[in-house]
Design a binder for this molecule. Structure first.
Ligand SMILES: Nc1nc2c(c(=O)[nH]1)N[C@H]1C(S)=C(S)[C@@H](COP(=O)(O)O)O[C@H]1N2
Ligand SMILES: [Mo]
Length: 213
């Protein structure tokens, strides 16, 4: 894969990720980092970074949308959420009515960031656990070592610096839902957004992932 394949135009115009790391950028030692995945019945497994890299990998050119009206399309590499759940022994044929709680590493000063998403929907939409963007490991402020992205949802539903996933029957409000009244569901709305990569305002006419530009 050539470097050009992973080029994002106007990347220097992207809003600062420091503004979108509510709990502060954690410093993660990847040798001690784990992704814990907890099933609905309480069984838990821990995947280390090397194990994650051994699962089937996927690179996808998809658009992330922030609720505050900017969006950027980049090349995300990682593992399908579905494949990580299978590796954890989660029965993915029966996810209806369940939610996925995501928990960040956090910092001692500002705590952690959590988000609950509809699990069946996330799997159906091809949500990914991304460890790289545009061909390089995630920079610390963009969620190193791992972030979940469900491209049908606003980015506040997608946790950077991820360390724990829990399958659960109930959803709670995360940081921005509580503070700013953003919807618990988080589905991207039909609206005008500023596309950083295109350097222009664009409309999307439907709800969910923006795939037409
Ligand atoms: N752990 C954590 N993840 C987070 C956030 C956060 O504050 N903490 N902010 C979210 C919001 S509101 C946005 S817009 C995106 C920003 O991602 P970026 O740093 O790649 O721009 O991260 C999301 N994930
Ligand atoms: Mo956001």
């Amino acid at each position: 894969m050539g470097a050009m394949e992973f080029f994002t135009p106007n990347i220097e115009k992207k809003p600062s990720s420091l503004r979108y790391y509510q709990e502060g950028v954690p410093s993660v030692d990847v040798d001690n980092w784990r992704l814990d995945i907890c099933s609905a019945d309480g069984r838990q497994i821990s995947l280390n970074y090397a194990t994650l890299l051994k699962l089937p990998q996927t690179t996808q050119h998809r658009r992330l949308v922030c609720v505050c009206n900017w969006t950027i399309k980049r090349h995300w590499t990682g593992v399908l959420l579905k494949d990580a759940l299978i590796a954890a022994g989660v029965d993915i044929t029966n996810l209806q009515g369940l939610f996925l709680k995501q928990v960040s590493v956090g910092t001692p000063e500002k705590g952690i960031y959590e988000s609950w998403i509809d699990l069946a929907g996330a799997v159906a939409r091809g949500a990914i656990l991304a460890h790289s963007v545009d061909g390089a490991p995630l920079p610390p402020e963009q969620g190193y070592p791992l972030r979940l992205i469900d491209f049908g949802l606003y980015a506040y539903k997608n946790v950077k610096g991820l360390t724990r996933l829990e399958v659960t029957p109930t959803a709670q409000q995360g940081h921005w839902e509580e503070l700013a009244g953003y919807s618990l569901d988080g589905t991207v709305k039909p609206k005008r957004y500023y596309a950083v990569d295109l350097r222009k305002h664009m409309f999307t006419m439907h709800t969910g992932e923006v795939t037409e530009w």
